[in-house]
Design a protein around this ligand. Structure first.
Ligand code: PMT
Length: 400
């Protein structure tokens, strides 16, 4: 997993910095190429010479080399790496990372890094539990960075609690797991629907809903990051996609989304249907803008749209996995379970329609995954990227 991988090992000023030498040795043993970047404070805890000897590379710590003014390019480093691992990560560095305070080589490299970032916090238990640290960690998670939770045990202060940096073997296992997960969907084709559909009333009006597309786009990005070729069928949203493995098809109405999904699904390994599809559309579309003066009231006749999920569920072959969503205001589990059966889903993600921090529009979601055996797993409030990761993990365990 780590053979030939290029890893930036960021080390910050904590007593746990002494474990960085063991971590580095394990990286090299497993075939990785490691570049150490230290904060000035880290040098108080471990000598750069030990680390440059182990990594067989000069340690980077300053923006400029004192003697000849050579510039250390944080941008080049950020582009070079397959992953950045910051261990130990102090409360101070976590705060700088969360807020983009680039006053040392390590945080500048972090901000320039295009590769995944993992960090192993190390600090005293009260510092770790402080709301400021927790909110900084939450912020960092929302950037897609992975936190390797500290362990509980005896701390440098003599106190006992949560804050000890994980042992080097556990950190290496987390890094390997990360690379394994990143390639878990390699060669798979995944269809994702996202956003609302707009159903035209006349040339200027439509029937629609509040879906922003954020949840579906997070799923599409998450699948692509794990190596899948993704077909993202998106209703009218203002989001952008940049991942080269996402083929995006923009549609407006449920019928257009249905046609695109029917074309893509047969060659897909899985479908995750996150779009908020309008169940009904106006029976006729007025050719001219409807004028207020022409009548005292307006009655809209609606006709049912095709059910994309049910059509896909009916087409599903053995080995293909289909996951849906249920957006509910009440009796969520019962309604979601009924939808799962009716639409022949393998599992369904239930999310609330009446909570301010979940469901439509916002950046966070609270999902419960229900499978066809009726097993429910409720997840806490998370960023939509993290909720997407939970759904993708569920998919991975089910793909043949
Ligand atoms: O886009 P965001 O602002 O991030 O919000 C995300 C979300 C709340 C829209 C999303 O998480 C979500 O819940 N999507 C499904 C919303 C919905 O339409 O739920 P439903 O219970 O009406 O539909 C059940 C399932 O059938 C869904 O998988 C839906 O995509 C699918 N369906 C529904 C109707 C239809 N005609 N065709 C479908 O495929």
């Amino acid at each position: 997993m780590l053979n030939n991988k290029k890893i930036i090992l960021g080390i910050t000023g904590s007593i746990a910095a002494y474990k960085a030498a063991a971590l580095l040795r394990l990286l090299i043993r497993d075939g990785a190429e490691a570049q150490v970047v230290m904060t000035p404070a880290a040098k108080e805890f471990i000598a750069p010479l030990s680390l440059s000897t182990l990594s067989r590379k000069a340690v980077v710590s300053e923006f400029f080399a004192g003697k000849d003014g050579t510039w250390n390019s944080h941008v080049d480093l950020g582009l070079w790496a397959d992953a950045m691992l910051i261990a130990p990560a102090t409360a101070s560095t976590i705060g700088k990372m969360a807020n983009g305070i680039a006053d040392n080589m390590l945080v500048t490299t972090y901000l320039s890094c295009k590769a995944p970032v993992l960090l192993a916090p190390a600090m005293d238990l009260d510092m770790y539990a402080h709301p400021a640290t927790q909110s900084n960690l939450q912020r960092i998670r929302s950037y897609g960075n992975i936190i390797i939770e500290p362990a509980s045990g005896e701390l440098a202060s003599g106190l006992v609690g949560k804050g000890r940096m994980e042992e080097p073997e556990a950190i290496i296992a987390a890094l390997k797991n990360h690379f394994a997960m990143r390639s878990a969907l390699h060669g798979r084709k995944i269809l994702v629907t996202a956003g609302p559909t707009f159903e035209r009333i006349d040339p200027v009006r439509f029937v629609g809903n509040f879906s922003s597309g954020k949840m579906g786009f997070a799923i599409a990005e998450g699948c692509a990051e794990r190596g899948a070729e993704v077909t993202l069928i998106a209703g009218p949203v203002s989001l952008r996609t940049s991942h080269p493995q996402i083929r995006r098809i923009d549609v407006e109405s449920a019928r257009e989304m249905h046609a695109a999904a029917m074309e893509s699904f047969p060659s897909s390994d899985a479908a995750i249907l996150c779009a908020a599809v309008a169940d009904f559309r106006p029976a006729t579309i007025a050719e001219e803008k409807i004028k207020r003066e022409d009548s005292s009231e307006m009655i809209l006749h609606l006709t049912p749209n095709p059910d994309i999920a049910a059509s896909i569920g009916a087409l599903k072959r053995s080995g293909q996995i289909v996951a849906g969503f249920a957006l509910e205001t009440s009796d969520g589990i019962a309604h979601a379970s009924a939808k799962l059966k009716r639409k022949n889903f393998d599992f369904i993600a239930l999310n609330p329609a009446n909570e301010l921090d979940a469901g439509f529009g916002v950046d966070t979601n609270r999902i419960t995954i229900i499978d066809s055996n009726g097993i429910c797993r409720a997840f806490p409030l998370k960023s939509k990227q993290e909720a997407a990761a939970d759904i993708i993990n569920e998919l991975i365990t089910r793909l043949p």
